[in-house]
Design a binder for this molecule. Sequence first.
Ligand code: GUN
Ligand code: ZN
Length: 489
Amino acid sequence: MSSQFDIIHKDAAGRIGKLTTPHGVVETPTVMPVINPNIQTIKPSDMREFGAEILITNSYIIYRKEELREKALKGGLHALLDFDGPIMTDSGSFQLSVYGEVEVTNELIIDFQQKIGSDIGVPLDIPTPPDVSYERAKEEMDITIQRLKDARELVKGDMLLAGPVQGSTFRELREECARELSDVGFDVYPFGAVVPLMESYRYADLVDVIASAKKGLDPTAPVHLFGAGHPMMFALAVALGCDLFDSAAYALYAKDRRYITSRGTYHVDTLKYLPCSCPVCMAHSAEELKKAHNCTELLARHNLYVTFQEMREVKQAIWEGNLLELVEQRCRSHPRMLEALKQMYTYSPWLEECDPSSKSTFFYCGPESSKRPEVLRFNKQLERLTIKGSVLIRAYPTKKDSDYDNVLIFKPPLGSYPQELAEVYPFNAEVVRNPDYESLESAYMNTIRLVELNPDAKFTFLMQDKFEHPLMDRLRGMDNFMFFSSQKE
Ligand code: GUN
Ligand code: ZN
């Protein structure tokens, strides 16, 4: 038994997909607004206005309050919330992580979620926080895996079942947990207990958790990043292969008078202008918003608009094949996000396996672009590129270099490639004309490899001042390579 998840478009490890649930098909990546059954800043039935296709609520909160419990058991979850689309329910595990205990068992809460007609149910997993001892992480992970296996046996109807991946901040445990859950077979794989990492801006550690859990899963399985709702990190998490997000942030931030943007968060009282064109921001000045009697609701509405706007931007980027460019831009919003970007590219060998080989145009956005999967892929492909005879390496294509058997173009960060490939992705890259150190480093490393792999060819590099780099000494030391200085180029 596994869910129907069809992937229709890919970029990096990100994808646009269609997840089929009992109450309809959801297009991913998407955000599930969190509905608190007790407090509703915005009515569930209004959620489609913002772009929501699926909601998430908490079955434990419903279960604990007799009035809600009876209503849900009688009329069903969808009538209780007055929403006829897909609804996911969480189990109370988050309450477990905050309060240390809950008043339900795994069996009881799974049974309740089925009875009230949830579309996607979650067992009572243990959200082990970051930085605990290995022993504790492993012990709690093993309990979680056993509970998930029990839940798998208990679900008989058409409710999809989520299998949360735990393992704290141990990469090998995250991967192991994902692999074991994969063998059992769940419909959605949430990555759990990442909220503390996000709250403390540990985005580089979040990258490690996502990448290692992904490695243990079938790449075609749908993934939910539990508790992630800030639009600033959507591009990054989607590029690493997350499909579903949930946002309580829109309401929690609003309660704290905070105004979300895709670059970060403002306290509304510091705003002189409203940098947004949503219906709320077009109808109010910053002063009016601050003084409005319903400021919390207005902020929640604005927060939801920008949350879904960012997700559409991410989807369009996947569609166009420039998701990594969007990630590189978004990761400049905060230095801790920049750390995460660098960390993401340490996984380029894995990203390269997922990444489509042809897209629109590679745009160089900064030193980190030198570590993109495309640069690494070219390095791997060099093994299959045989170059013979006399070879000229230069910065620009030319028609009349008949003195040479081959002409290669040197374009940082890619390296040196046959000029016949100039229009082919990624060699059609738009790059800066004054390359930085990292970009030259990648380009020279790929060129050194090419020269090494073709010992019988004789390379002449038409040098320019802007290509100066310490790695040139490595090339100078090679027998079949020489630099030729030209003032004209
Ligand atoms: N909400 C946020 N994190 C978690 C988690 O790890 N497990 C569950 N069930 N819910 C969560
Ligand atoms: Zn707005």
